[in-house]
Write a protein that binds this ligand. Sequence first.
Ligand SMILES: NC(=O)CC[C@H](N)C(=O)O
Length: 723
Amino acid sequence: MSYGTRVQAISQVTDRKPLPSKIPQRLEALWATDVFTLSKMQASLPKDVFKSVKNTILTGGKLDVSIAGAVAAAMKDWATSKGALYYAHVFYPMTNATAEKHDGFISVQSDGSVITEFAGKVLVQGEPDGSSFPNGGLRSTFEARGYTAWDVTSPAYVMETDNGVTLCIPTVFISWTGEALDKKTPLLRSISSMSKAATRVLKLLGHTEVAPVNSSCGAEQEYFLVDAHFAHSRPDLLLTGRTLFGKPAAKGQQFDDHYFGAIPERVQVFMQEVEERMYRLGIPAKTRHNEVAPGQFEIAPFFEAANVASDHQQLIMTLLKSTAKKHGFVCLLHEKPFAGINGSGKHVNWSVGNATQGNLLDPGDTPHANMQFLLFCGAVIRGVHKYGPLLRAVVATASNDHRLGANEAPPAIISVYLGSQLEKVFDQISQGQIEGSDAPGLMDLGVDTLPVFPKDPGDRNRTSPFAFTGNRFEFRAVGSNQSVSGPLVAMNTILADSLTWVADNLESRMKAGEDLKTAAEGVLKEIMDKHRNVIFGGNGYSPEWHKMAVEERGLANLRTTADALPVLKADYIEELFARMGVLTPVELESRFDVYAEQYLLAIEVEAKLVVSMAKTIIYPAAVRYLSELSLAIANAAAIGIEIDKESAQTVSNLIKLLMDGVSKLSAAMAKDDFDSIEEHMQYSAQTIRPLMDKVREYADTLEGEVADNFWPLPTYQEMLFVK
Ligand SMILES: NC(=O)CC[C@H](N)C(=O)O
């Protein structure tokens, strides 16, 4: 790291040309070519086997293991025809990452020859090591066995890279003792728990035919692209994914000129490659655009069933990172790579529905008359109010803490935004009299040639963590680097709990003689009486709201991960997950342990790096500059000219403050006698983080004082604007 490498990086970046853009094939020709789809199964499997697999996939029936052999053989034939020599059980440990263990199809015969083989039992079950992944004490090194098991509901696919082709089979990951060690198992459990409760409510509402209910997820992935020449000259980007130092450039995002602007050529070629790979993998890429911050972009697929969407989301993150590399970028998925400008979220659009009743969160044109919608929406409101702290806990990471509460990311207080039309309907429910709802309305633009167009019944609110957006909720607090599973598990589980309560309540009211309409209105009124405090349509950033939310409405404001994660240990949360059959107390506790540990490690790595970058990169640059200044002052004095010493004095003072800050931080980091992991987390949040911020403050001020040709690190201006 030196000024020389910085200048070299700038010229290398300026000389870059976009990779040649390929004319993509027609979508229909690309779509799902790398997926072992139902139609490929139908073409290659005996009729009865296909029927059985299809039944499991579409209606959630139990997998008949006896058919696994036939499916495995067909899968292998298809994968080897595409060039695969290996297969991998792909699973999702508690790290937010994707894990895969590759095994060859090779089978050595007694005469020394080889054939390819893929037996049913290895499709259904694999056995990686259960102790080498974070498991929160569920497994030790001396009790390592873990299993992966085929999740038939998420299709197998081949992953083709420049390095070869691998058949990938989505699986759950459990320990030898049967506990979930991954993110998929609880997601599948939460879907079936929610489906049971939703079915009860739908049956009480008079539906005789009710297909299994699933949740859907459409996740908007935000990300930054930084040229690899810059990123690789920044140890902080390399190791932590964010800039630990860096003075904001004179220009940031204040002109709002990047959002939805023309996509830079190099970026568009990159995006097209990502999308082509997504289409081949059957991932419905739908939206792409420049995001608000310079260098920031978004990709959003069309919604899909939650489990498949969650697996696809993991693939999207992998594709973004690997494709960026080919195009000379580093893709940053960190929630706040650059201070002072927008961070990156992954807003999760979530709804529930089934094949017989459709989207259960669609209000239609007359929401006040749509009792089914009102009950499902009311159940969500009740759940978010009762379990708001859980929703905060499932988005709690060291990196997301930097993002929440500013720049269009919601604050840590969990509230629900309904939009004006629905808010009025729920107000009427509170008052015990449902009268009607505002018509969506038309908008006349006052231009003769433009048609009058229909207006949505509610506005959008960027400061709300949980916003109704017409036919679904958008959980905006989720961070860009996270797996969407945790948030989906929480939403499905709290809805399962609420719908169970709705069903119980409806049943007992109807037993007591109320007709369905009166009973449903009674249930809704009860929901509003107890839970209306969570509904908020105003400015989520305003200090008045923060005060009112906590003091008058009793909502929690869990500012940091250290405050939020312990919610996972609360009795009422443990009881919720156990009662809904989603996580046992032991599994839940292991999650707390894993996430707490990750929080501590993230801050520890950052703190160590702050110390080493300050000492070995920033201090030497500042001292060198000071020495040049001093020399100039001395030389000038020798010929009788006086140069103002103020600049040298400032730099010298800052150097001292910087190094004092580093000493304080180093001393604080030495502490290791904590009574509990909770205490340790609080210490990291309350003591270590502010000390890191102090060091940064002095370093960033120095960056504004030291001559540019002494500064060794690529600057914000360069990373965000040199293209
Ligand atoms: N335009 C937007 O919705 C910006 C969202 C913002 N980047 C976030 O952190 O969530």
